[in-house]
Design a protein around this ligand. Structure first.
Ligand code: SAM
Length: 236
């Protein structure tokens, strides 16, 4: 039975990979990558020779159909994203949804399709683990929308009963925090109790954790060159 492994890979520090992930990446027939160049760095580090394929390479066939065809041919596959756990706010999610939608339990006429998670790092859980907020329950909101419905997004985040976690790029982090501040201002009862944690470049050389009110964090970030990847956590 061919297996599709969904493999967690490092979010920065290449040492953050499980023994099982390395074994699977070595053992499968192909590794399906978001960007083969990014994954190749990890494979080179561990001297893994497995061939890689981009999810985007086969536009003539629907990606899901292509993956299913490989599985039908008896090929074991590993799916990875550029960083972290595939499916968490990245293109892996769409592919897995398509695959499970097309063949929920089995591919017509062939052995059942088996999808197996190989758990590993995620920026989401890494950030949650150091936040200090109660994480018994939390809301993950992915990325704020780039243009429309931003106000709705921030209102929902600020009004959440539980801590809220979202991802942000270096290009928009300041804009996002400024908007978050202004929407929080509108809801003044929350202003004094709202705290945020901004995690930058987790597990990497310039890892920095900023904690405080939105204004305090904005002030600290405003003094620095904005580079890297960010996770924002809003707590109460
Ligand atoms: N699937 C990935 C995961 O499990 O973490 C997330 C993919 S999403 C396309 C990429 C976003 O995750 C980045 O824009 C950033 O917000 C966050 N991210 C990834 N690596 C990070 C890191 N080392 N430090 C902080 N944030 C990171």
């Amino acid at each position: 039975m061919a297996i599709l492994y969904i493999v967690g890979t490092p979010i920065g520090n290449l040492k953050d990979i499980t023994l099982r992930a390395l074994e699977v990446l070595r053992g499968v027939d192909f590794i399906l990558c978001e960007d083969t160049r990014v994954t190749q760095k990890l494979l080179d580090r561990y001297e893994i020779k497995t061939s890689t394929l981009s999810y985007h390479q086969h536009s003539q066939l629907k990606k899901a159909e292509y993956v299913i065809q490989l599985l039908k041919d008896g090929k074991n596959l590993a799916l990875v994203s550029d960083a972290g756990t595939p499916g968490i706010s990245d293109p892996g999610n769409k592919l897995i949804a398509e695959i499970t939608g097309v063949a929920p339990l089995q591919i017509a006429g062939v052995a059942p399709l088996q999808i197996t998670p190989i758990p590993g790092p995620s920026a989401l859980t890494a950030a949650a683990s150091i936040s200090g907020f109660s994480m018994d329950r939390f809301v993950f909101m992915g990325f704020p929308p780039a243009k429309n419905k931003r106000k709705k997004f921030f209102e929902e985040a600020v009004n959440s009963k539980y801590p809220v976690i979202f991802y942000e790029s270096p290009y928009r982090i300041l804009k996002t925090l400024k908007e978050l501040s202004s929407y929080t201002e509108e809801l003044s009862s929350l202003k004094s109790s709202l705290k945020i944690v901004v995690c930058r470049e987790l597990t990497k050389k310039f890892e920095t954790i900023y904690r405080g009110t939105i204004e305090e964090v904005l002030e600290k970030l405003g003094r620095e060159e904005i580079k890297g990847e960010f996770v924002v956590i809003i707590g109460k």
